[in-house]
Design a binder for this molecule. Sequence first.
Ligand SMILES: C=CC1=C(C)c2cc3[nH]c(cc4nc(cc5[nH]c(cc1n2)c(C)c5CCC(=O)O)C(CCC(=O)O)=C4C)c(C)c3C=C
Ligand SMILES: [Fe+2]
Ligand SMILES: [Fe+2]
Length: 386
Amino acid sequence: MSRAGILLLNLGGPERLRDVRPFLYNLFSDPEIIRLRFPVLQAPLAWLISVLRSSKSEKNYQKIGGFSPLREITESQAFALQQALCSAGYPIKTYVGMRYWHPFTEEAIEQIKRDRITDLVILPLYPQFSISTSGSSFRQLEKIWMADPGLQTINYTIIPSWHDCKDYIRAIADLIDGCIDQQPDAHQAHLFFSAHGVPVSYVEEAGDPYQDEVEKCVGLIMKALNRDIPYTLAYQSRVGPIEWLKPYTDEAIVEVAQQGYKELVVVPISFVSDHIETLEEIDIEYREIAINAGIETFIRVPALNTNPDFIQALAKLVIQALSERPVLFSDVCPENAVKLYPQEQWAWGITPSAEVWNGRLAMFGMLGVLLEYFVGSGPLHLLGLM
Ligand SMILES: C=CC1=C(C)c2cc3[nH]c(cc4nc(cc5[nH]c(cc1n2)c(C)c5CCC(=O)O)C(CCC(=O)O)=C4C)c(C)c3C=C
Ligand SMILES: [Fe+2]
Ligand SMILES: [Fe+2]
């Protein structure tokens, strides 16, 4: 007998203030989040950044009640999706697998095995694909799959990206429409799309399609809106000293205000749920920047959360995926299209893993030479080379 399931993937978030540091550690331990040349440094660096960043992060989580609502919202989306599919005649069970906090992807997979699921649809709750989000979760799932013979019998298919899904675009356009109409003078309003940023190197060096998909998605929303309203697309939430996708949201808000606009309608574009980036960063930090820059009305378009039109859009995506040719891990992480970080898997030849090991050996070699130089004895002295 066949049993179908849907695995919804998301990032996860701290459920109490004391979860913030370990959550940050999990996030920065991910080689798709910090792409280091020397993987041996990943864990110490993740530890250092999580220690240094946790107090700032904790303060932000404190401002939204001391926890991330992401788990509760994602579980409500999962429940609503299951109901919608059941009403449409598809009895499919939903599971939630988070990348950096509970319920972890591994926990969801264990439940899927216990429920003897035979057909699985893997659906990331990120409309646009990025190496740092869906890519990272697919990579983790692929590893779990390879290591567990019990999973090989499950027929799975992946929905890698749905930034151009017609019903999702319609759902978000309708929410925007409602907000523009609330403005005191809709003709004075400026529509401001704020997407989560990624470092420029992801797009330019690793071939991440994220920026392209965000731009296409915004273009489709503007077309669906069919309103003559000026708009801006900017990128928020940059972390660290490297260059991220531009324009940056905080700077672009000031520019829009300087152009004389008084009414701002902000659309969180790469998130389908409320969490720290909408509730704290947009609603508190960017609102303050906007008001100080001269904006008089600042409205943030609600996140889709369990919006019925959005849930119907997800249900249609799942039904369509079940009827099409399966999309496999090898289709969504083609090494030559998107350069995911070289992982711990040995292969002969001039391969990414060989480059990583060359780097590691060179670093250990240098450390050995330095140690011998300071200690004054060792193999190089014995050979008369030092
Ligand atoms: C499309 C969505 C996201 C992309 C792309 C993304 C990339 C990315 N994020 C970080 C660093 C952090 N992200 C943090 C929280 C966070 N990020 C996303 C989504 C995307 N991230 C969400 C939904 C959340 C919120 C989780 C929650 O608590 O509800 C955080 C922690 C919060 C903070 O300290 O600011 C960090 C750090 C990087 C480095 C990155 C790309 C490389
Ligand atoms: Fe993030
Ligand atoms: Fe942030």
